[in-house]
Design a protein around this ligand. Structure first.
Ligand code: FE2
Length: 280
């Protein structure tokens, strides 16, 4: 881990943390996002060490990629301060409708830092949580003329997207399950008990990641996490998921709330099929 990067990361974190620390909820959330960032870097390193494609990259690629891994969510601190100022943090609807784009905020916070002003880092900061179409449509990155830099920009973005998802799975599995998630905690009992929505399942069955804006229930939220099986890119990432049983964990959580046994079976089949093909 690059010491200077970690120092800079702490420097970025501190003023935002100070600004929200009177709220226990925001304080916890910010601290959780800090831990998540370090974990994304560590898991990213594990993926790179194991993946046959990533292992072929050279040192400068890893130096840029590790910056992108650690700083991808730095905009979360700005988002949490905004939530605090706007008093949105206790409002469950705020979790559904996503008032702020933290990827955009990460990009904003780092684009003028001399060592970060590189599309290979900035694309991952801005687009790690977006649908890929948004990245492909962004002129800032599509106008890169050097084909090698364009290739590396995409490779780093996909790497960060994988590490980000795996770090979230890790927390859900070993540290804090989804029931301690702010999204769950602030949810009404009715939302908690609501079935999978037709819209969410439609996207899942079509092999697409479920759009956050279509999530209507806790089951949808779990199915959305399961739909990440369509948005994991490197082979080593699939292997790590299989070894830790992340998708089985999510299927078990879903089974607890989803009373439609047939649907549950269909979802489990789709997930296992995909995992089998990607780890074979
Ligand atoms: Fe993020």
């Amino acid at each position: 881990m690059n010491h200077n990067d970690l120092m800079l990361f702490k420097q970025k974190f501190r003023p935002f943390f100070e600004a929200v620390k009177t709220s226990g909820f925001c304080r916890e959330f910010a601290a959780k996002k800090y831990r998540h960032s370090v974990q994304v870097l560590q898991i990213g390193q594990e993926i790179a060490a194991r993946d046959e494609t990533l292992r072929k990259e050279q040192a400068p690629f890893f130096a840029l990629g590790e910056k992108a891994l650690l700083f991808h969510d730095v905009g979360r601190f700005m988002e949490i301060r905004k939530m605090y100022e706007d008093n949105f943090f206790a409002d469950h609807n705020a979790w559904f409708s996503k008032h702020y784009d933290h990827g955009e905020m990460s990009w904003q916070m780092m684009k003028n830092e001399s060592e970060f002003n590189d599309p290979r880092i900035l694309a991952a900061l801005k687009h790690h949580g977006h649908m890929m179409e948004k990245f492909y449509a962004d002129p800032e990155f599509q106008n890169i003329t050097d084909a090698e830099i364009r290739r590396q920009t995409l490779a780093i973005l996909l790497w960060v997207r994988d590490a980000d998802k795996l770090a979230n799975f890790y927390i859900q599995r070993y540290e804090d399950n989804l029931k301690k998630d702010p999204f769950f905690v602030t949810m009404s009992e009715e939302t908690r008990r609501a079935p999978v929505s037709a819209e969410a399942y439609g996207q899942f069955a079509a092999g697409r990641v479920i759009l956050t804006s279509t999530i209507r229930s806790y089951c949808d939220r779990l199915l959305c996490c399961l739909s990440w099986v369509y948005d994991i890119n490197y082979r080593a990432s699939f292997q790590i998921c299989a070894e830790h049983g992340y998708f089985d964990m999510l299927l078990e959580l879903l089974a607890e709330y989803n009373r439609d046994r047939t649907l549950q079976q269909e979802i489990a089949c789709l997930v296992h099929d995909r995992l089998m093909r990607k780890t074979a």
